[in-house]
Design a protein around this ligand. Structure first.
Ligand code: GN1
Ligand code: MG
Length: 360
């Protein structure tokens, strides 16, 4: 990733050529920079997002809709909602002469994102924020949303991508991942649970965030309250269980997603309980009994699925996720599968915790 933002990009958003630039780490996909104190610039990954203009359509629509909701409840939309900054020409993004796609959003000051929670209270806050996000979007005209990445959380489709990667993989990498591959293949049937329930009409399609990891929430520096949900790139129709589940995979683990010492990677039921209480208290009233029942399956599915995706990318030669070293995607896959195994053992308890939270 380049450490600078070209001056013509700054100029496109009306920023001076000497604006201080700071690289923001965290995401695996786009390059993100803080420009001065007020703006965040992002270079969108065009391999992952072949139609970034569709992301901007979604972002503008969703943020406008959310602004009104926040205003109606007496909140501060400038702090609680991610805001797109238009170019000096009034466009939602700037396409550079080299074909790079740049967008700008307002930076939310005195707030920060966290890879892992500082405390169970913080995770409960994250649950409340994502639960509220989904509840606020309940009335959004889903048909107007662009499908940014088709089959994004279609776990069976992700299994097919893994198989295709296996068929094309160099022998060396294939031999290295034998155990992980066996692990994934043994769970193929279970991977289809949620998509089958959706196809059978037993789960409703909602407007969801689809990338609800902890680090996609900004917390107020002082109060430690969740102030704003960020990264609206994958807001699309989806299942409640996806949003709940992706948060659990990232938030209820005691270690980072790429921790290689697996003895440190523990699925923590207290963290799980905290998130569940926050999420269910904010979104729960609108959820159907089947949605509530399958929340734990969402945690399993999102953890398993991203493990499959990391493994696939490893076999494909690391073309999708940003990696810092050659084993990085494999490390991530092993880490996620370690959590999957623990969730399988605790499925019953996970269900009990959801029922308790739903009873208030
Ligand atoms: C990617 O946008 P970012 O880097 O936070 C990925 C998610 C994965 C996540 C794993 C568009 O998220 O689906 O869960 O990495 N986003 C996309 O950390 O593929
Ligand atoms: Mg994302």
């Amino acid at each position: 990733m380049s450490q600078t933002v070209p001056v013509h990009v700054l100029a496109a958003f009306g920023l001076a050529p000497d604006t201080a630039i700071q690289v923001l780490h965290g995401g695996h996909i786009n390059d993100t920079y803080l420009a001065g104190e007020k703006f965040v610039l992002q270079r969108i990954n065009r391999f992952v997002f072949p139609h970034p203009e569709h992301i901007m359509d979604n972002m503008l629509g969703v943020s406008q809709f959310l602004r009104e909701k926040v205003l109606a409840r007496g909140g501060d939309p400038n702090r609680e909602i991610l805001q797109v900054v238009l170019t000096t020409q009034g466009a939602p993004a700037y396409i550079s002469p080299e074909g790079e796609f740049w967008r700008c959003t307002r930076n939310i000051v005195n707030a920060a994102s966290y890879e892992t929670p500082d405390s169970p209270q913080m995770l409960q806050e994250a649950g409340r924020a994502f639960g509220e996000f989904q509840a606020m979007l309940a009335g959004y005209p889903a048909a107007t949303l662009r499908e940014i990445i088709p089959n994004f959380h279609n776990t069976p489709a992700r299994m097919e991508q893994l198989k295709a990667a296996v068929a094309a993989a160099p022998k060396g990498r294939l031999a290295e991942v034998r155990a992980e591959l066996d692990f994934a293949m043994a769970r193929e049937e279970r991977a289809g649970l949620l998509t089958s329930l959706l196809a059978e009409g037993k789960l409703p399609l909602r407007v969801t965030h689809n990338d609800t990891k902890m680090s996609n929430i900004l917390f107020d520096d002082e109060t430690k309250k969740a102030v704003c949900v960020i990264d609206l790139d994958t807001v699309m129709p989806g299942l409640t269980a996806f949003d709940f589940g992706d948060s659990i995979r990232a938030g209820a683990s005691t270690a980072a997603e790429d921790e290689t010492d697996l003895s440190k990677v523990r699925f923590d039921l207290d963290l799980y309980r905290a998130y569940t209480q926050g999420f269910v208290s904010a979104a729960g009233a609108a959820l159907t009994p089947t949605e509530l029942d399958t929340l734990p399956d969402g945690a399993w599915a999102m953890t398993f699925e991203v493990g499959v995706r990391f493994l696939t990318d490893y076999l494909n030669g690391d073309v999708y996720f940003r990696t810092a070293h050659p084993q990085h995607n494999l490390d991530r896959a092993r880490n996620q599968f370690c959590l999957v195994e623990q969730m399988e053992r605790q499925r019953e308890e996970m269900g009990r915790i959801v029922r308790e939270a739903a009873q208030g």
